[in-house]
Each structure stands twice: as C-alpha cells, then as structure tokens.
Design a protein around this ligand. Structure first.
Ligand SMILES: [Zn+2]
Length: 167
C-alpha cells in the first residue's frame, strides 16, 4: 500500500468491512453510519464533523497519532454524505493514515479503490444484497430505499457484484 503501484486488496478490504458489521451486530439494512462511528469510538479517538467544503471536496480524513478526524461536505446529498463518511472510515481502518486523502470516485490509486470498495461493502453488504435479490427484491428503487443509498449506487453495486450483467 505504501507503493502506489501495488494492486488494491479488494478481497481483504471487503472482509474487513464485513467483520466490522458482524462485530457491531448489524444484520439488516439500512446501515446506520452513526452505529459504526459509535463502535469505532470505543477503540479510537475519532471525531466526525460536517463542513461546508467547496463543491469539489466530498470529505477528508486526518490522523495525528491516535487521533482521527473525518470531515464530510454537508452541502451534498445525504446519500453522498453517507458514502463519503464510509469511504473515510475505510481509509482509517485500512491504515491509510498519515496523509490527507481526498475522495475521488474515479481515482485509480489503490488506496482510493480500497476505500471505495470498503464503503460499498459497508453500505450495501453483498450477503444482504444477495439475500434480498434471491427473495425477489430486484427493484432498484426499492433496494436503494431499503439501504438508504442512491439508485445509481445500487446499479453499480449490483453490476460490480455480478448480480446483474448489464447496465
Ligand atoms: Zn479517499
């Protein structure tokens, strides 16, 4: 991970997100970011702030020693805010600390791909999605509502998890 040419650790990242949900005891959507933050706060000195960043900044994560701060852009849609905080929590738990990471969904940097995968698994856990899908919940609008995420995020997630083959 220190080397930007390293490949993102997708499998590991998903496992870490799943373990976090299991440890907290979250089995059903929607995943509440507040529950996750409160759980992490038991072990880490974490503060989360909303801020009126400019349009081009979704969120930041700053870690100094044992103290971590996450800021997210309060002017953006709540779905986006949820993803931003989940993404920044990903950086924190995956050890991407010591520098500032700016959220960029299109970034090819391994750290950013890992944080995005972490956030997707955290907010739309594959096992829950699969279960819903197998139980006939296939309407993207309904899924988005149940998981409190955007419909666009659901489409990409279903595609990424190979639950659908085309968008
Ligand atoms: Zn990032």
């Amino acid at each position: 991970m220190e080397d930007q040419n390293n490949k993102p650790r997708i499998g590991t990242v998903r496992k870490i997100a799943r373990k976090l949900l299991a440890d907290i005891g979250i089995n059903n959507p929607p995943i509440l970011i507040r529950d996750i933050i409160n759980y992490i706060k038991k072990e880490k000195d974490l503060s989360v702030y909303s801020w009126a960043f400019g349009d081009d900044t979704d969120g930041i994560q700053i870690t100094e020693g044992d103290t971590a701060t996450i800021g997210y852009n309060k002017t953006q849609h709540p779905h986006r805010q949820r993803f931003t905080v989940a993404h920044e929590i990903g950086h924190l738990l995956l050890g991407h600390t010591g520098k500032n990471f700016i959220l960029d969904l299109n970034s090819k940097k391994p750290e950013e791909i890992e944080a995005n995968q972490f956030a997707a698994e955290l907010l739309m856990p594959l096992e829950m999605l699969k279960k819903d899908f197998q139980n006939g919940k296939k309407n993207v609008k309904d899924i988005a509502k149940a998981y409190n995420v955007s419909e666009e995020a659901v489409w990409w997630r279903l595609y990424d998890c190979k639950l659908i083959t085309k968008i």
